[in-house]
Design a protein around this ligand. Sequence first.
Ligand code: ZN
Length: 54
Amino acid sequence: MSLLDYAMKRFGNAANSSVTCPICGSKSSHPANKVRLGQTLLCPKCKSLFVIPR
Ligand SMILES: [Zn+2]
């Protein structure tokens, strides 16, 4: 693993955003860039895939 990968990973972990699942209402943490880009997120509680509308 390169130093850049390590830095990216650290940054990614730091930049998590709290998201509320629209199906079960459970709050979970997801990478902020994924949320921002409108990518599909997996709820750890009900295992539903959902997208946060921008
Ligand atoms: Zn859920």
